[in-house]
Design a binder for this molecule. Structure first.
Ligand SMILES: [Zn+2]
Length: 87
């Protein structure tokens, strides 16, 4: 995944930029995230489930934010399965 802000660097985190918008980000915009998860803590389905349950306890994690977050997890899962399939 590439950083969605500068489109240049590799993404290192999944960040909540506004309370309802999650993006893959790198290091180009430090301090702009409201919340982020380092990608090394989001390596498989078990990690994703754990974070999802953690986030659901946050008052700001509403339906739109959840939907945006789950879309990102779909991206991640597709990427992980491509890595496994690739020679
Ligand atoms: Zn960037």
């Amino acid at each position: 995944m590439k950083c969605e802000l500068c489109k240049a660097e590799p993404a290192t985190r999944l960040a909540c930029m506004l309370y309802d918008t999650w993006k893959w980000t790198g290091y180009c915009r430090p301090g702009k995230e409201l919340y982020y998860i380092p990608l090394d803590q989001l390596k498989n389905q078990k990690d994703a489930t754990r974070w999802y349950h953690h986030l659901r306890e946050k008052v700001w994690f509403g339906p739109v934010s959840q939907s945006s977050f789950l879309t990102k997890l779909d991206d991640l899962q597709r990427r992980l399965s491509e890595q496994i399939v690739a020679p």
